[in-house]
Design a protein around this ligand. Structure first.
Ligand code: PLP
Length: 397
């Protein structure tokens, strides 16, 4: 008998399982609107030309394959932090480490909080990116939900959110999406952020920003960083998980940072050393290629401005498809109010469709999406738009 004879298989990942079903389908009508990755107007992945240009520079440099330090490439981290916090931010009081993209950043940040703020609960929005719950549980953190979205009105539940933050124990950890909330595409306005920050401050809460879409939302990285910068400016304790997967199209390169805003440079040094202690036994040091690309792009003025334009190209195509989807739904006869879809921002539309409607879309129309009614706008293009709109109309009529 084998040692593992009684071991049962783990549950499949909800999103990756749908992607697998899409790949397995041989139906020519099939459409993938589950994918959380950018697709161009022809439905193909897009490597940004600025990223390709940076790779050419790296090739010409003929760099070696030595290990990066535990905390990653310091030049990359500094550029990445300036990208997020803004040039005017005093980086001498931010402890930042390179991470395995946004997921790794959440994991390191969660571990840090679990170790150094033991017993505190992390509050997570309802709904949220599904992995948040699992990541913070792995870190040994107690997690609880806070209200974020009102499904009846398809809008931010600001009162519910403020009430839940108010009722949480003082000094709780609050996870906030920095922009382009996944899956709802619904962000607080700057005025809302002021009210949220008031409560965060009053309750001495610790803010954990997850920033997976900076620049990808509006097309302007500066604008998308406004909430983070505002909260930091208010002097609240902030951690930031930063991903370069979507905005640089570096999905598989696993490139990101985790940073902790500290009171002064001395605190920064101590926190940085503790972050290194967490990373060393976990994976020793991060991969080199993705961070070298981001460092190269953000160190060169010409490549940086090229990059900003290319990031805007992705955001603009998505904003365009968002409008086209709503227009097309009306053209094919839908009488529903879909205006929330154009009001949303980022990769996804949170349509409000029920699980049964989603099942019907997949089973009868070969349209693959998550069961919460979330559609990846990146998966839409002029070729499949009408087909998708007609199918949505058919299942929601
Ligand atoms: N956080 C949010 C809200 C996300 O939507 C994602 C990816 O979909 C991530 C973090 C992490 O992605 P990655 O680990 O690829 O950077």
């Amino acid at each position: 008998a084998s040692l593992w004879k009684d071991l049962e298989a783990g549950p499949p990942d909800a999103i990756l399982g749908i992607a697998q079903a899409f790949r397995a389908s041989t139906d020519p009508r099939k459409v993938n609107v589950c994918v959380g990755a950018y697709r161009d107007a022809e439905g193909n992945p897009w490597v940004l030309p600025s990223v390709r240009a940076a790779e050419q520079v790296l090739m010409a440099d003929n760099d070696n394959k030595e290990y990066l330090p535990i905390e990653g490439d310091a030049d990359f981290v500094n550029k990445a932090l300036a990208f997020a916090y803004g040039d005017e931010m005093d980086v001498h009081r931010i402890a930042g480490v390179q991470t395995l993209s946004g997921t790794g950043a959440c994991r390191i940040g969660g571990q840090f909080l679990s170790t150094f703020l033991p017993g505190r609960t992390i509050y997570i929005p309802t709904p949220t990116w599904g992995n948040h719950w699992k990541i913070f549980a792995e870190c040994g953190l107690q997690a609880a939900p806070y209200r974020y979205y009102n499904r009846a009105t398809n809008a931010l539940d600001l009162d519910g959110l403020l009430e839940d933050l108010q009722e949480a124990e003082d000094g709780s950890i609050i996870l906030l999406h920095a922009c382009a909330h996944n899956p709802t595409g619904c962000d607080p306005t700057l005025k809302d952020w002021q009210r949220i920050a008031d409560v965060l401050e009053e309750k001495s809460h610790v803010v954990f920003f997850d920033s997976a879409y900076q620049g990808f939302a509006s097309g302007d990285g500066e604008k998308d960083a406004a909430a983070l910068r505002y909260v930091v400016k208010r002097g609240l304790p902030v951690l930031l998980a930063q991903s370069f997967a979507k905005n640089f199209g570096l999905y598989g390169e696993r490139c990101g940072t985790l940073s902790v805003v500290c009171g002064d440079a001395d605190q920064k040094d101590r926190i940085l050393s503790q972050l290194k202690c967490i990373i060393r036994p976990m994976y020793s040091s991060p991969p080199k290629h993705g961070s070298s690309i981001v460092r190269t792009v953000l160190s060169d003025e010409k490549l940086t401005s090229q990059y900003y334009k290319e990031c805007a190209t992705m955001a603009d195509r998505i904003l365009d498809m968002r409008t086209k989807l709503v227009t097309k739904l009306s053209e094919v006869g839908s009488k529903h109010d879909w205006s929330h879809v154009t009001g949303q921002i980022g990769m996804f539309a949170f349509t409000g469709m029920s699980k049964e409607m989603c099942d019907q879309l997949t089973n009868e129309y070969e349209i693959y999406l998550t069961k919460d009614g979330r559609i990846s706008i990146a998966g839409l293009n002029d070729q499949n738009l009408e087909y998708v709109a007609k199918a949505i109309h058919a299942v929601t009529d």
